[in-house]
Design a binder for this molecule. Structure first.
Ligand code: ZN
Length: 164
C-alpha cells in the first residue's frame, strides 16, 4: 500500500472522488436522490413551493398566511442552493483563509466561540497543502451542511422577516 506514504496524492484521489459523486442539484449533498435529481430534503421544499404557488393562483384575494409560507419556502430553496454553490467553490480552490473561516464557523457552532481559530490562516497554509485544505474544507462543509439543513427553516423565517 503506497497510499499512506503519499498523503498528497491521496488527497487528490479524495477530491476527485467527491467530484464524481452524484449530488443533489440544489444543496450538493450526495444523499439518495429523487427522480428530480434533488435529495429528499430539497425535494420536499420544491414540492411545498409548487403546492403553495398553486394555491395562490386559485385564491381570489391576497392571503397573508400563504404569501408568508411561500416566502419562507423560497428562502429555504435559496439557502439549499447556496450550500451547493459553496461546494462548487471549494472544489475549485480552498485558500488558507477559507480554511480559517471554516474552522471559525465550526468553533462558533460547537464551542460558541468564533474567535477560537481567528488568525490561524498563515499556520494553516504552512501546515496543509492546497489539496489537503480542500479535503478538510469538504469535511467541514459536510458537517456544517447537516447542521444547516436541520435549522434551515428557522433561518429562512428570519430572513423572510428581515429581508435578505
Ligand atoms: Zn438537496
Amino acid at each position: 500500500m503506497q497510499k499512506k506514504e503519499h498523503p498528497e496524492s491521496y488527497a487528490r484521489e479524495f477530491t476527485e472522488g467527491i467530484r464524481r459523486q452524484v449530488r443533489c442539484t440544489w444543496c450538493g449533498r450526495d444523499a439518495r436522490l429523487t427522480r428530480k435529481t434533488l435529495c429528499r430534503h430539497c425535494n420536499d421544499i420544491r414540492k411545498r413551493i409548487e403546492r403553495l404557488e398553486d394555491k395562490m393562483r386559485r385564491m381570489r384575494k391576497p392571503n397573508f398566511l400563504l404569501e408568508w409560507e411561500l416566502k419562507v419556502a423560497r428562502e429555504e430553496k435559496r439557502d439549499c442552493i447556496a450550500w451547493g454553490e459553496t461546494l462548487k467553490t471549494l472544489l475549485v480552490r480552498v485558500d488558507a483563509l477559507d480554511l480559517e473561516h471554516w474552522l471559525c464557523m465550526l468553533a462558533k457552532r460547537i464551542a460558541r466561540d468564533k474567535r477560537m481559530h481567528y488568525n490561524t490562516a498563515t499556520m494553516l497554509g504552512w501546515t496543509f497543502t492546497a489539496e489537503q485544505r480542500q479535503v478538510l474544507a469538504y469535511l467541514f462543509w459536510e458537517t456544517l451542511g447537516a447542521d444547516a439543513s436541520r435549522n434551515r427553516k428557522g433561518r429562512a423565517q428570519h430572513r423572510a422577516v428581515v429581508g435578505k
